[in-house]
Design a protein. Structure first.
Length: 325
C-alpha cells in the first residue's frame, strides 16, 4: 500500500538526522514516553556497523519536510530467536492520515526479509516496544498481527538516602577499567544466558551498543573483581538529550549483572550501591534502569530493595516467524 498522496519515501541519510531528532522532540511533547534523542543518539542507533542503512531505514517526506521515520534493525547475535527491532515515529501533526499503517507494513516486510536473508534456519521475532501514552499505536500493532509478549518497567530513584556500603569477602569493587572491557563483555554474556532476548554479544555489537556509546560513563560504572576476573558489573550512561530536556542528570544503568558462580552472596546489592554512591558524588540527581517483569532472577525485588520504584511500563509486541530453511 502506498503512502498518502503527496508524500514520498526514501532511505534515511545522516543529513536527515537533525530533522528526525526534531520530529522525535515534537512527538515527545505529545507522547510523554520519558525518552529523548538528539541527532548523535540516532546516528549511533541507526548507523551502527550491522545496520544496512539503505535497506533497513525509511523517512517519509512531504516535500522536504520529514513527517515520519521507520527502521528495521537486527543486532547480529541471538539465542532463542533472531530478533528484528522495529522503531519509528509519525509527526503528531500528521497522525490519522494512514502514514503509520503504511510505514509499519514496510517495517514488517523488511523484517521478514532480514530474517530470510540472514538467519532463515532459526526462528525469528519482529518486535516493537510500545508505551500506552502513544495514542493509537496499540490498535495499529494488533491489526498488523502483533501480540503483547513482554513487559518492561523503567525504575528510578533519587540519589538521597543511599544504601549503606556492603562488602563481599574476596571481592573488590572498583571503577570501570578499559583494560577489563573484554572481561566485562564475557561476564555479561555469562550473566544473561537465560534472559529473554539476550545473546552472546560479539565485539562489534558490544562496542556499538554498550561501552562504545558516547553516553557511556566509565567513571560512574563499577566492576566487582575476584581473583583478577570480573564477576559483577554496573555500566552507567548519561544521555545529553535527556539532560537537555529535563535539566536533571540521570545515571542510567544499562547493564547490571553477576556471573552465576558469584550469586547468592549479596554481590548485586553491593555493586549497585557502589554505583549509586559514584553517581551521587559526581553530582547526578537520580539513577534509573529497566527491568523485565519476567526476569528469571527476580531483579525487580532486588531493585526495590535498593530504593528503585517503577516510573513507566513498556510492552514488547511481537510477531513470531518460523524457520524458513
Amino acid at each position: 500500500m502506498p503512502f498518502p498522496a503527496g508524500l514520498t519515501d526514501r532511505p534515511l541519510t545522516r543529513d536527515d538526522l537533525p530533522a528526525v531528532a526534531a520530529l522525535y522532540a515534537a512527538a515527545e511533547r505529545v507522547d510523554d514516553t520519558g525518552e529523548h534523542h538528539d541527532a548523535a543518539d540516532l546516528a549511533e542507533y541507526w548507523f551502527a556497523p550491522f545496520v544496512e542503512v539503505p535497506a533497513d531505514t525509511r523517512v517519509v517526506l512531504d516535500g522536504e519536510d520529514v513527517v515520519a521515520v521507520g527502521t528495521a534493525v537486527a543486532p547480529p547475535t541471538f539465542r532463542d530467536a533472531f530478533a528484528v527491532h522495529l522503531d519509528g515515529r509519525v509527526h503528531p501533526d500528521r497522525r490519522g492520515e494512514g502514514i503509520g499503517r503504511v510505514l509499519l507494513d514496510w517495517q514488517v516486510a523488511r523484517g521478514r526479509e532480514v530474517h530470510a536473508q540472514r538467519h532463515p534456519e532459526a526462528p525469528g521475532r519482529l518486535t516493537v516496544l510500545h508505551q500506552a501514552t502513544i495514542g493509537g499505536q496499540e490498535g495499529l500493532l494488533r491489526r498488523a498481527g502483533f501480540t503483547a509478549a513482554r513487559w518492561f518497567q523503567t525504575m528510578s530513584r533519587p540519589l538521597t538516602d543511599l544504601p549503606a556500603p556492603r562488602t563481599v569477602e574476596g571481592v573488590e569493587l572498583v571503577p570501570f577499567d578499559w583494560a577489563r572491557d573484554e572481561q566485562v563483555r564475557h561476564a555479561h554474556n555469562a550473566a544473561f544466558t537465560e534472559h529473554y532476548g539476550s545473546s552472546e554479544r560479539d565485539r562489534t555489537s558490544w562496542e556499538s551498543m554498550f561501552t562504545g556509546q558516547r553516553a557511556f560513563r566509565p567513571d560512574l560504572s563499577v566492576l566487582a573483581v575476584s581473583d583478577d576476573d570480573v564477576v559483577g558489573y554496573v555500566l552507567a550512561y548519561v544521555h545529553d538529550a535527556d539532560t537537555a530536556a529535563t535539566g536533571r542528570l540521570d545515571a542510567y544503568y544499562g547493564q547490571i549483572g553477576v556471573v552465576p558462580a558469584a550469586r547468592g552472596r549479596g554481590l548485586s546489592k553491593a555493586v549497585i550501591g557502589a554505583a549509586l554512591r559514584a553517581a551521587a558524588s559526581a553530582g547526578c540527581d537520580s539513577a534509573s534502569l529497566e527491568v523485565d517483569t519476567d526476569n528469571v532472577d527476580e531483579a525487580q525485588g532486588l531493585y526495590r530493595a535498593v530504593g528503585f520504584e517503577v516510573a513507566r511500563t513498556q510492552v514488547s509486541w511481537s510477531v513470531h516467524l518460523p524457520p524458513r530453511a
